[in-house]
Write a protein that binds this ligand. Structure first.
Ligand code: FAD
Ligand code: NAI
Length: 471
């Protein structure tokens, strides 16, 4: 970067929020610079989040399936071995391919990429500590904060990524732990518990609440997936709080008690995974130099157009309000550039899908039953189990169901909750339906190909009126 050249947009952070905004700004003909300190683009998602975790989930599932789920299908396999090094290599190949791909897209769209850590010097100037040594500074007419999030530590249990690990350690273990204890039964906890349990660990998940799945998961769905995961061998201790823990001789002891108290217990493990949530990351950003405010949870405070109190400094992604999801960051990134360039943009926060990539997957969009009850909205429920779906039966993959919640008066769809092998893909149809304001009758009257899992989606819509054909 040349210090004299002011840019239309300077972005701090090259994660999903930052890199998508950079590409979009490039497409809009803006002069854009993206500053990223990690050394690679793609942020948490591509480097240590969505992508590597899904690679391990996919391949550990294959391994587990070959070991336990082929014989009754008429396929006998012998001499099956886990090569953990190769499993990790496959993961790295996916990560490198995708992060390099973003670098290519930067070039294609004329985005300037600076490898270094950015700090606010003043309202228009970002000082950059370059990764290769030395310093530069970039001036921007607009600045976008997209610095993401980091793991929330557990007080008193220092993460060393060896015996006490975060998700970053959990996607890079060099051997399968005999006993893995997971603190937090949210999405990270359950995805990582699945990976290591399939690869041979005895996994215990300790969750403070009575329900697993983290915020937003429908209570009935959470209970059902817990039963399924329990059958797969994961041990659950819900309604249980972790008091403290201690490392000794390469192992960890964790003291827990029931959330209400009165049932103390000590649990031992080789490795403890801390997965109690993530928190916004603004370390070293120098927000104090420009007076940008954070809320009580450390999130950068913004208005509905993503502006901080300094209007030309905006913020999107994990570091501000809303669910910490890559696709939410991506939507915001496009909208914020549109606000800067055209003065308008849009994200429908009522229509952001969530997917947990366990086996079967869990996916939902819109409101849960507990949310509708709390809001006093009257609704009808339509449920269709995969055990009554012909394709699921053919594939011998019958765990789960599609559950639809429709407004009792207007029939408009309010929420869709799926447990099933392809729930993460099927939820796209639900998201589109919600985005277009569809009624359950609209879905029920839409022809779905036979035999497909998607027919369960149609039948759940029919079930909201008690008229499913096959159940
Ligand atoms: P980040 O991806 O965190 O990117 C921020 C970037 O900013 C980082 O690369 C950081 O190095 C850089 N940065 C910070 N400060 C500075 C600075 N001062 N100067 C320069 N650079 C800086 N979401 C999903 O939707 N689906 C999933 O399947 C999924 N799986 C996940 C699995 C795991 C294990 C984890 C941890 C997260 C997962 N997520 C998933 C969440 C997803 O990763 C985040 O929502 C997403 O990465 C947020 O993007 P972001 O750009 O806001 O932040
Ligand atoms: P989370 O918020 O999903 O779940 C944390 C869980 O830990 C909650 O159930 C909470 O009740 C529990 N908890 C908190 N403190 C505890 C304590 N002291 N003892 C026991 N349990 C405790 O957070 P998680 O799983 O760490 O994930 C962080 C973020 O990453 C999520 O917000 C999610 O959006 C994102 N993510 C998304 C994925 C996806 O979309 N597939 C995959 C992985 C992460």
């Amino acid at each position: 970067a040349t210090e004299s050249e002011p840019r239309d947009l300077v972005i701090i952070g090259g994660g999903v929020a930052g890199y998508v905004a950079a590409i979009k700004a490039g497409q809009e003909g803006m002069k854009v610079t993206c500053i990223e300190k990690r050394g690679t683009l793609g942020g948490t998602c591509l480097n240590v989040g969505c992508i590597p975790s899904k690679s391990l989930l996919n391949n550990s599932h294959l391994y587990h399936q070959i070991l336990h789920d082929t014989k009754h299908r008429g396929i006998e396999v012998s001499d099956v071995k886990l090569n953990l090094k190769q499993l990790m290599k496959a993961k790295e190949t996916s990560v490198t391919g995708l992060t390099k791909g973003v670098e290519f897209l930067f070039k294609k769209n004329g985005v300037e990429y600076i490898k270094g850590a950015g700090t606010f010097q003043d309202e228009h100037t970002i000082k950059v500590q370059l990764n290769d040594g030395g310093e530069t500074s970039v001036t921007g007419k607009n600045i976008l904060i997209a610095t993401g999030s980091e793991v929330t530590p557990f007080p008193g249990l220092q993460i060393d990524e060896q015996t006490v690990i975060s998700s970053t350690g959990a996607i890079a273990l060099e051997k399968v732990p005999k006993k893995l204890l997971v603190i937090g039964g949210g999405i990270i906890g359950l995805e990582m518990a699945s990976v290591w349990s399939r690869l041979g660990s005895e996994v215990t998940v300790v969750e403070f609440l009575d329900q697993i799945g983290g915020p937003g998961m429908d209570t009935e769905v959470a209970k059902n997936i817990q039963k399924i995961l329990k059958k797969q061998g994961i041990i659950f201790k819900t309604g249980t709080k972790v008091l403290d823990g201690e490392k000794s001789d390469g192992a960890v002891k964790i003291n827990v008690d029931s959330a209400k108290g009165g049932k103390p217990e000590t649990l031992g493990a080789d490795i403890v995974l801390v997965a109690i949530g993530r928190r916004p990351y603004t370390g070293g950003l120098g927000l104090e130099n420009v007076g940008i405010e954070l809320d009580e949870r450390g999130r950068v405070i913004i208005d509905s157009e993503y502006r901080t109190k300094i209007p030309h400094i905006r913020c999107v992604g994990d570091v501000t309000f809303g669910p910490m999801l890559a696709h939410k960051a991506e939507e915001e990134a496009v909208a914020v550039v549109e606000y800067i360039k055209k003065g308008y943009g849009h994200v429908n926060y009522g229509c952001i899908p969530s997917v947990m990539y366990t086996s079967p997957e869990v996916a939902w969009v819109g409101q849960s039953e507990q949310e509708l009850k709390k809001a006093g909205i009257k609704y009808r429920v339509g449920t269709f189990p995969f055990s009554a779906n012909s394709r699921a039966k053919t594939n011998l993959d019958t765990d789960g169901q599609v559950k639809m919640l429709a407004d009792a008066e207007t029939d408009r769809l309010l929420g869709i909750h799926i447990i099933g092998v392809n729930a993460g893909e099927m939820i796209a149809e639900g998201t589109l339906a919600l985005e277009y304001g569809a009624s359950s009758e609209d879905i029920a009257r839409t022809c779905h190909a036979h035999p497909t899992l998607a027919e369960a989606f149609k039948e759940a819509a029919m079930a909201t009126h008690g008229k499913a054909i096959h159940f």
